[in-house]
Design a protein around this ligand. Structure first.
Ligand SMILES: [Zn+2]
Length: 275
C-alpha cells in the first residue's frame, strides 16, 4: 500500500510561513531520513495561446491521435488570450494517461502551434514511514536551521570586521588562508586610503518610546493564531515572510516601521514587552 502526498510548494510555503527554498531543503531532509520519497511532479493547470486555428491543428493528425487532439480542444475554453484545458474532465471522458495529454501539448508548443503555460506544480511524494516522533523531528530540524542562521550571521560579522581592518586587506586574506604574506600590498583600500569605517546608523529614539501592542494590533487582528516574536519582529523590521502575502499584511502602516533598528534589538524588545 502506498501513501501519496501531494505538495504544492507555494501553498505550503504560505501555510507554514517557510520560504520556498528552505522548505524544499526540509523536504530533502525528510527524504534523507527515509520518511518520504520524491516520486514525480505534475502541473495542475495548463493553458495556451493559439497561433493556429484548432481545426488546422486537428487536421494534422490521423486516426486515434486525431480523436485525442479533437477531445483536447473539446475540453478547452478560450478566454480573451489564453485557452484553458480542463485536463481532469478530459481524463475522465477520454480514458487516456495524463502524461499523453501533456506530451501532446508540449509537442504543439515545440511546433509553435501554441504557446504553452503551466500553472502551479504539484510534487508527489510517497510516504515511506510514519514511524517517527513528529515533535522530536521538528525540534531536530529546527536546531539544524538555527545553527545555519547563526553561522550565516557570524559570517556577515566576520566580513564587516575584515573590511574595517586597519591592516592591509591582501595581508589579511593571506593570513585567513594560513599563508604568511607580505606586510603591505600597497594598492588595496587600506594601503591606499587607510582604515574604512562603516558609518554608524542615524540616531534613533529608543525602542521604549514605542508600544508593542499598538504596533502589532493590526497584524494580530488579521491573523488566525498567536504570532511568534520572530514573526512580529520581521513584520516591524519590514522583512518579507511568506505569510505576509496573505490579507494585505504588507500594506498595514506598521509594516517596516522599525526597519532602521537592528533586528536582534527589535526581537529582544518584542520578547520582553510581550511577556
Ligand atoms: Zn594592502
Amino acid at each position: 500500500l502506498t501513501h501519496l502526498w501531494e505538495v504544492k510548494a507555494y501553498t505550503l510555503s504560505i501555510e507554514t510561513n517557510i520560504r520556498i527554498l528552505p522548505l524544499k531543503t526540509l523536504l530533502v531532509y525528510l527524504e534523507l531520513k527515509g520518511i518520504i520519497k520524491s516520486m514525480y511532479t505534475y502541473f495542475e493547470e495548463y493553458s495556451f495561446k493559439l497561433f493556429h486555428e484548432p481545426e488546422e491543428i486537428i487536421r494534422r493528425f490521423k486516426g486515434e491521435r486525431r480523436q485525442l487532439v479533437q477531445a483536447m480542444f473539446d475540453h478547452s475554453e478560450t478566454k480573451k488570450v489564453w485557452t484553458n484545458i480542463d485536463i481532469e474532465g478530459l481524463l475522465s471522458d477520454y480514458h487516456v494517461p495524463r502524461a499523453r495529454v501533456v506530451k501532446a501539448l508540449e509537442y504543439f508548443d515545440q511546433q509553435e502551434w501554441i504557446e504553452l503555460k503551466t500553472g502551479q506544480a504539484v510534487d508527489v511524494y510517497n510516504i515511506r514511514s510514519n514511524n517517527f516522533d513528529v515533535d522530536q523531528l521538528a525540534v531536530q530540524l529546527l536546531e539544524i536551521y538555527q545553527q545555519k542562521e547563526k553561522r550565516e550571521v557570524q559570517r556577515i560579522h566576520q566580513m564587516v570586521r575584515f573590511f574595517e581592518s586597519k591592516n592591509c586587506l591582501s595581508r589579511n586574506l593571506s593570513l585567513y588562508f594560513g599563508e604568511k604574506g607580505i606586510e603591505r600590498c600597497g594598492h588595496c583600500s587600506v594601503c591606499a586610503a587607510g582604515k574604512a569605517t562603516i558609518p554608524p546608523s542615524k540616531p534613533l529614539p529608543p525602542l521604549s518610546t514605542y508600544n508593542v501592542s499598538e504596533l502589532t494590533s493590526g497584524i494580530s487582528e488579521v491573523s488566525e493564531s498567536t504570532l511568534s516574536a520572530a514573526v512580529l519582529t520581521k513584520f516591524l523590521c519590514g522583512i518579507s515572510s511568506p505569510m505576509f502575502m496573505k490579507r494585505k499584511i504588507k500594506q498595514l502602516p506598521e509594516y517596516g516601521m522599525l526597519e532602521d533598528y537592528p533586528y536582534r534589538e527589535v526581537e529582544a524588545w518584542v520578547k520582553k514587552e510581550s511577556q
